[in-house]
Ligand binder design. Sequence first.
Ligand SMILES: NC(=O)c1ccc[n+]([C@@H]2O[C@H](COP(=O)([O-])OP(=O)(O)OC[C@H]3O[C@@H](n4cnc5c(N)ncnc54)[C@H](O)[C@@H]3O)[C@@H](O)[C@H]2O)c1
Length: 318
Amino acid sequence: MSKLKSGKVAIIGCGFVGSASAFALMQSGLFTEMVLLDANHQKAEGEAEDIVHGIPFGRPMQIYAGDYDDIADAAIIVITAGANQKPDETRLDLVNKNIAIFQSIIPEITKRDFEGILLIVANPVDILTYTAQKLSGYPEKRVIGSGTVLDSARLKYHLGQHLGVDSRSVHAFIVGEHGDSEIAAWSSANISGIPLDNFCEMRGHYNHMEATERIAAEVKQSAYEIISKKGATYYGIAMSVKRICEAIIRDEKSILPISTMLHGEYGISDVVLSLPCIVGRDGYETKVPIDLDQEEVSKLHESANTLKEVLSKFFAEN
Ligand SMILES: NC(=O)c1ccc[n+]([C@@H]2O[C@H](COP(=O)([O-])OP(=O)(O)OC[C@H]3O[C@@H](n4cnc5c(N)ncnc54)[C@H](O)[C@@H]3O)[C@@H](O)[C@H]2O)c1
């Protein structure tokens, strides 16, 4: 019989991102038990002790700092452990440090027969999701990355602001790497079914090229901008983590641009990057082949090649 507890989540890494995600998950009402684990156990304890004081304003749940034996029966393990970007560092600059951290974390999970979903958040998230899949040997559907869920939220937010419309009515994806080679998939963007350019004109905006270039650049630069001002980003990703957990736990079959392994989609294989996927109880069910134009497909290939180069360089040197 499966030991998996569907109401239990674990977070490995309780820095800015892990603790903000824990706070968002506490408020979500999705789980009845949450375990926080960090190399610095005191930090995990402090976060747990602080977050539990919000429970009287939310719903009853157990929240505590634990170790690997405590997390083996979780439905989802969220991994945010790892160095974050310093000002002017790219996500790909983190690769050596954070793969080494994953080489210590993943075997601790696999040796305890974990049966749930691994949700990778630490950066570079595509490379680390690939690494977690290879190290764990778990079915690919159970090892997913938060990918461009955050970047797509940033895109929806900025488009919503530009058009004076609720960002939840904006349907648009960032695809590819969660990083500098990411692509705004403009050709499929729409506002509640109305093609983007038509909606822009309805709202009095006619300079499409200038606006799309500016908004895509704002989205891509967001993390650098925020990190230069406050040292880290964590609220947006915490809400993204909550959204992905919600889709899994409630078996929503929501379409979210998470990172998964590619097997020939748009002619790309053996690399993990973000494309819209149906997300539910088993992790991801299938990818959703949105229309991309020729230029977007060729940028997706460039993004995949960037990630493949990083992977082959790392594995050649180690
Ligand atoms: N995917 C996204 O969209 C997104 C967004 C923001 C940040 N991030 C990434 O999330 C990661 C965490 O960022 P942060 O700002 O919280 O960093 P942080 O430095 O505040 O926290 C990292 C935590 O990981 C812990 N840790 C390190 N090695 C560990 C190990 N082996 N086992 C358990 N815990 C360990 C540290 O003790 C620390 O508490 C970074 O890689 C960052 O780039 C991802």
